[in-house]
Design a protein around this ligand. Structure first.
Ligand code: PLP
Length: 482
């Protein structure tokens, strides 16, 4: 279709009228989708390659009407979507595209700023700083922390550990590279997220540069084991430089004893990074503030608003007490980017040059729901987690596999007379049956080798009836697995 602003020199974009009409249609589509998402199978049922085969091999030569684009969203794309917006999405960590967040993405796309320098969009830079300061206060971190938005916790942790390496006296990897730098060692627990190891790979430390510390019976890093590992490593020529503690581990949401780890870091001059990607959000609740104990000493900390704060993916907040070190790790200004203002240029604090306007969606989510509104919803999620755990605890056919600090429950089904390997297989079968039904979606993990099912409450639209449905489905399918 030629649109009304097609000229001999090509399209001049849609006319305002065309944009309004298409925009209204899309907003209606989104409203309908969110209204009806509960009716769709949570886990997509397509096979690998199905979606690809349903799409043309080449781009269209001539423009198509917006109605055709929308039609394919329904007919081609939707069947291949696993619905993270579904209230019965209990896998991994639930995330939500809330209405204010979705509209925030639209506003950001419309403005299309690139905040590499302060002057290339002052609002983008300054709103980001202000919103991250709001969030810092909400989760009880001290004043004076520098915050920056990245896409994911993985990238936040990568940047934090680059700063940690930059902070090692006399190393200067920035100039000299790693060869001849000595063997740097980073410590994290056996329960830490894989992003810590990925950062080590990317930074050239290698997997050998990561030493995994054992955890206690509740999957929390053992400070004494850390202290011993550091001592041992120093004695054999390693250069210990950083510890990555976790507040809310990925499998069980356990919380490392950050206060004690911070003492070791201070004593040993190690950079303390805290990965609070999921559980950081819980700290907006006064009754969950305990989970951040010791984090005031962290040199850097990451938490993901896109995880449990109803902000559409992606948005990860990286905080540091040493912005000058982070800047030293990444600051590199070619002539064409020189600028004279006394202002923060966000390109100096990470890998990427171009930066989109991520702060708007978070700003709108915080303003639209308010801190009290968000607290109520997170409190309800934690209540639902505890409720589900109480059903598990009260049923002889199920067994709880870890404490429930927040809204995630690790458990397995049991049958009398089976050994661990058989129980692993049965639980695997059970999970497959549960997810194939399409009404709920759960995921799994392994704890000390044992196959464990995992129910995570985190979607804005999840109510008690949804958790109850998951429980009903699990009980029914347990009866069918044999
Ligand atoms: C989810 C999660 C991550 C990874 O988050 P991304 O934003 O997807 O990179 C890292 N650490 C923890 C503890 C997490 O829960």
């Amino acid at each position: 279709m030629k649109n009304s602003t097609d000229t001999p020199a090509g399209p001049r974009d849609w006319s305002p009228e065309e944009f309004r009409a298409a925009g209204r249609e899309l907003v209606d589509w989104v409203a309908r989708y969110l209204e009806n998402v509960e009716e769709l199978p949570v886990l997509s049922r397509v096979k690998p390659g199905d979606i690809r085969r349903a799409l043309p091999r080449s781009a269209p030569a001539e423009g198509e009407p917006f109605s055709a684009l929308l039609r394919d969203l329904d007919q081609v794309v939707l069947p291949g979507v696993t619905h993270w917006n579904h209230p019965c999405f209990f896998a991994y960590f639930g995330i939500t595209a809330s209405a204010p967040g979705i509209l925030g993405e639209l506003a950001a796309a419309a403005l299309n700023t690139n905040a590499m320098l302060w002057r290339t969009s002052p609002s983008t830079t300054e709103l980001e700083q202000v919103v991250l300061d709001w969030l810092r206060e909400m989760i009880g971190l001290p004043e004076g922390l520098f915050g920056i938005l990245t896409d994911t916790a993985s990238v936040s942790t990568l940047c934090a550990l680059a700063a940690a390496r930059e902070a090692v006296p006399g190393l200067d990897v920035r100039t000299a590279g790693l060869s001849g730098a000595g063997r740097l060692r980073l410590y994290t627990s056996t329960q830490a997220h894989s992003s810590v190891e990925k950062a080590a790979i990317t930074l050239g430390l290698g997997l050998a540069g990561v030493r995994k510390i054992e955890t206690d019976e509740a999957y929390r890093m053992l400070p004494a084991a850390l202290a011993e590992a550091v001592r041992e490593d120093r004695a054999s020529g390693w250069i210990p430089f950083a510890v990555s503690a976790t507040v809310g581990t990925t499998s069980t949401t356990s919380v490392d004893p950050v206060e004690e780890l911070a003492q070791i870091c201070r004593r040993e001059s190690l950079w303390l990074h805290v990965d609070a990607a999921y559980a950081g959000s819980a700290a907006i609740l006064p009754e969950y503030r305990w989970c951040m104990a010791g984090c005031q000493h962290a040199d850097s900390l990451v938490t993901n608003p896109h995880k449990w704060l109803f902000t559409p993916i992606d948005a990860s907040a990286l905080y540091t007490r040493h912005p000058e070190v982070l800047r030293r790790a990444f600051h590199l200004v070619p002539d064409y980017l020189q600028s004279s203002e006394e202002a923060v240029n966000l390109m100096d604090y990470g890998v990427q040059l171009g930066r989109r306007f991520r702060a708007i969606k978070l700003w709108w989510v915080l303003r639209a729901f308010g801190v009290e509104g968000l607290r109520k919803r997170l409190r309800e999620h934690c209540r639902l987690g505890r409720l589900f755990a109480s059903w598990i605890d009260g049923d002889e056919g199920f067994q709880r596999m870890a404490p429930v600090p927040f809204s995630v429950v690790c458990f397995r089904a049991t049958w009398p007379g089976l050994d661990d390997a058989q129980l692993d297989q049965r639980n695997q079968d059970l999970l497959e049956r549960v997810n194939a039904g399409g009404r709920v979606y759960l995921s799994h993990t392994r704890l000390r080798g044992t196959y464990v099912l995992r129910l995570a409450v985190g979607n804005l639209r999840t109510e008690e009836r949804h958790v109850r449905l998951a429980w009903d489905v699990l009980q029914a399918e347990r009866g069918r697995v044999a």
